[in-house]
Design a protein around this ligand. Structure first.
Ligand code: HMG
Ligand code: MG
Length: 311
């Protein structure tokens, strides 16, 4: 069986310019709870100055109706976030760091080493309260600022996180640029040190490789897939990244591949429709590649990653 982690309420809504009302978020999570997904990443207990869109995390957790069997998780960056998350009654804590130093500085204002130091007391406290802990490794393949990330960097970081006592690693293609070959290269190096039942995959879909990457990951025995309904998502500190691979596409593709999934596509789409009044309609795909020289992130031949065709 494949486990779906629906990250729309967190990864999706953190990246929207518009502020979705708290009541709509609660309705969205409640509707997602009835879709058959296994876990819902409800929100993030991060700095409200950095991500104002999710500053109502505690209220959302307080008001949702939890369905038995569904895991309600949240992003936690530090001890302060953990305390807030415990008060809100999260089932599972999700830490996040990256294999790229530059992205880490922009996203969490510290180095890779600094992030690990921050995590240690969080892991100890979460362990004492019996909460499972996930850790994301962002920019596991490509970074908007550093380009291609070596598999060895990811393996080293994964190894430190496993030694610390992390239960699950979510290997993340933050800017959605990985190909199945990139996935193969990383998984060949990672699987000898992390068993597949402790790995989740988190693919953004900027280049429409998300489904191919999920299928490649499954061929390694990985059974946990992050996705967001309607392909919502992106990270405000990863320029050019679009949403996560959509939950409905993942379900269709994996069912076609003969896998068993509990989630219901119609109910997922009904849940996504609840957000329609608050989110802009999806934009049409670009017909021409944008002009790289106008990209504010252009630097030494690297930009947000979407403009490479014009370099
Ligand atoms: P910092 O900038 O180093 O500063 O924060 P600080 O720790 O000194 O705190 C600064 C202020 O924030 C202080 O308030 C703190 O109290 C407050 P002030 O004194 O200025 O009034 N603060 C907090 N408030 C509430 N909850 C907290 C908290 N922590 C500090 N937990 C920090 C470091 C990591 C907290 C900050 O940089 C931050 O919140 N970053 C979050 C960035 C983020 O959420 N990014 C998006 C999620 S990651 C992602 O999308 C990738 C992923 O999807 C996987 C993938 O696709 O790659 C997971
Ligand atoms: Mg993400």
């Amino acid at each position: 069986m494949i486990k779906i982690v629906e990250v729309g309420p967190r990864d999706g809504l953190q990246n929207e310019f518009s502020m979705v009302p708290t009541s709509a978020k609660i309705d969205f999570v409640n509707a997602l709870s009835r879709t058959g997904v296994n876990e819902i990443e409800v929100s993030a207990f991060v700095s409200p100055k950095k991500i104002p869109q999710l500053q109502d995390a505690a209220i959302v957790f307080e008001k949702i109706h939890r369905v038995k069997g569904v895991v309600y998780s949240a992003l936690v960056p530090n001890e302060k976030g953990l305390e807030r998350a415990f008060q809100a009654g999260v089932d599972k804590v999700s830490l996040f760091t990256a294999a790229s130093e530059t992205f880490n500085q922009k996203n969490i204002n510290t180095s890779i080493k600094g992030s690990l130091a921050r995590f240690r007391p969080v892991v100890t406290q979460a362990g004492k309260r019996g909460r499972p802990i996930r850790a994301y490794i962002s920019t596991a393949f490509w970074c908007a600022f550093e380009g291609k990330i070596s598999a060895q960097k990811v393996v080293n970081l994964a190894s430190s996180l496993m030694d610390m006592g992390i239960d699950e690693l979510s290997i993340s293609d933050t800017i959605g640029k990985a190909t199945p070959d990139d996935v193969e290269q990383l998984m060949d190096s990672l699987l000898p040190i992390v068993p597949p039942d402790r790995i989740a995959v988190h693919y953004h879909d900027t280049y429409a490789n998300g489904i191919a990457n999920v299928l490649k990951s499954l061929s390694y025995g990985i059974r946990t897939v992050d996705a967001s309904v309607g392909g919502l998502g992106g990270c405000p500190f990863a320029p050019g990244a679009t949403g996560n691979v959509s939950t409905e596409d993942v379900i269709r593709a994996l069912r076609n591949a003969g896998e068993t999934l509990t989630a219901n596509i119609d109910r997922l789409l009904q849940a996504r429709e609840l957000l329609n009044p608050y989110l802009p309609a999806p934009s049409l795909p670009e017909t021409d590649p944008p002009d790289c020289s106008t990209c504010e992130f252009f630097n030494n031949g690297l930009c947000c990653g979407r403009h490479e065709l014009t370099l």
